[in-house]
Design a protein around this ligand. Structure first.
Ligand code: NAD
Length: 448
């Protein structure tokens, strides 16, 4: 028995923190989970879940036009954003309630308050000290506020998700990354005018050009205007100034949203007191998720490895295994990633650009979604699946898809890459018919 209050203290109850707390209990470790706000963190309260609820609702609106051909006529429909916002909040509330219940049932001590390290075994919260054998830092990130003149005239994604009405029609979004594009699709699908200003030559870095070509079709269909190589310099109350091809341009708006990345929450949590080294805006960790202090681990966004909820959860598991003495190294070679624009983009393994840059010889197979029966009959026939594989032995190296349901299909590819399977293994596996998942099999068959 140690002299500490707990086996583990976790700072931050996002998907990294709360899932790890639950797993600690499954291994009979006593655990205290400290959270300054609400359990669920960014993902559940201000990120993945609420945005997906809005995307779901707004996509339904665009589908109304497809119903006539099915014999369904919708006369005089009305749309009320406040109801969609309430729906989003109710989904978030239900999920948060489930998490709170699971934490309670499994015996996790949840403490509400801002936790700060006092030394390498002590955390102070609400003026009280509590101690643990091991500490896991999982404090996540917040919207980065860029030093743009007049930034106070814009809202962040956090603020966007709290809006109860959506009267403004003309929107400018600064930043064509994942957050900017997902919100552009919410707004575009709700019939708003949207202009995305992106500093880089392309939106969504990491997504191959052939996938972006497909995305451009839906961007055009919704009337979303994307201006790349456009660096925003100033935001006034109703217009934004940006540099484009060395010229200063302006664009008027009713509302401006800025999504130019996220900043890790590592200030004020007592890193210095505990002797933890920070590297600019992140906490460096080794492959076991340990910081430079033996018994303190860091997981999630603050490690600066990948800002994805599922990576945080995975890292929490690795940290826990190491706490339990089962030496485990984190492996990021297979990290699926999904962007919930329409159709959904999903990627795993190496992209075409990465394969080329690394000088890896590869072959490509692709399959158009429109050739798949289930996709076509469901009016979701847009998109493509591209698989990169070794011409030598067929081993799958990477996959990029743009297709409705690709966020589910990508798991088959992740399992294949993780286990070094080839296109032949997928091509010869019986896939149920008619399903959208057959697209993956059909693509692989083309290479066999
Ligand atoms: P990001 O870094 O992905 O994109 C920000 C974009 O803003 C970049 O493309 C950058 O070039 C651009 N930019 C920066 N300054 C600019 C300026 N002055 N003018 C014009 N453009 C400018 O950041 P994000 O979209 O805020 O997302 C943050 C993180 O959250 C990312 O790592 C993302 O992967 C993650 N996230 C993931 C999901 C998902 O998996 N579906 C959803 C949301 C967020």
């Amino acid at each position: 028995m140690s002299d500490y209050n707990y086996d583990v203290i976790i700072l931050g109850a996002g998907p990294g923190g709360y899932e790890t707390a639950l797993k600690c209990r499954r291994h009979d470790l006593s655990v205290c989970l400290i959270e300054k706000d609400q359990v669920g963190g960014t993902c559940l309260n201000r990120g993945c879940i609420p945005t997906k609820a809005l995307l779901y609702g707004s996509e339904k609106l665009t589908e109304l036009g497809n119903l006539e051909v099915l014999g369904i006529t919708v006369d005089g429909y009305r749309f009320d954003y406040s109801k969609l916002a309430a729906y989003k909040d109710s989904v978030v509330g239900k999920l948060r309630g489930n998490v709170e219940m699971m934490l309670k049932k499994s015996g996790v001590s949840v403490v509400k308050g801002f936790g700060r390290l006092k030394d390498s075994h002590t955390v102070t919260v609400n003026d009280e000290d509590m101690t643990a054998d091991n500490i896991i830092l999982a404090t996540g990130s917040s919207p980065f506020i860029p030093p743009i003149k007049g930034i106070e005239n814009a809202i962040s994604s956090d603020q966007f998700l709290t809006l109860e009405s959506l009267d403004d029609d003309n929107w400018v979004i600064v930043g064509g990354g994942v957050i900017g594009m997902e919100i552009a699709f919410v707004l575009g699908q709700l019939g708003k005018q949207v202009t995305v200003l992106e500093m880089m030559p392309s939106i969504l870095p990491g997504v191959d050009a052939s996938i972006l070509k497909w995305l451009n079709r839906s961007i055009k269909k919704l009337g979303i205007k994307v201006i790349t190589s456009a660096r925003v310099e100033q935001i006034d109350s109703n217009s934004v100034s940006y540099t484009y091809k060395d010229k200063l341009e302006t664009k008027e708006f009713d509302r401006c949203l800025v999504a130019t990345g996220r900043k890790n929450n590592i200030d004020g949590i007592g890193l210095e007191e505990a002797g933890i080294i920070r590297e600019r805006n992140r906490i460096p960790v080794d492959e076991h998720l340990r910081t430079n202090v033996e018994n303190i681990y860091a997981i999630g966004d603050i490690t600066g490895i990948k800002q994805l909820a599922h990576v945080a959860t995975y890292q929490g598991n690795v940290a826990l295994m190491n706490i339990l003495g089962k030496k485990t190294a984190a492996d990021y070679s297979v990290v699926p990633s999904c962007i919930f624009v329409t159709p959904t983009i999903s990627t795993v393994g190496l992209s075409e650009k990465e394969l080329t840059e690394k000088g890896i010889v590869f072959s490509t197979v692709s399959y158009n979604v429109g050739a798949n029966g289930k996709a076509l009959l469901s009016q979701k026939g847009e998109g493509t699946v591209i698989i990169y594989y070794s011409p030598e032995n067929g081993e799958i190296l990477g996959c990029q898809m743009i297709a409705d349901g690709s966020s589910e299909m990508i798991n088959e590819l992740s399992l294949a890459i993780k286990n070094k399977l080839g296109i032949r293994e997928i091509a010869t596996l019986i896939h149920p018919h008619p399903t959208v998942g057959e697209i993956v099999k059909e693509a692989c068959e083309k290479g066999c």
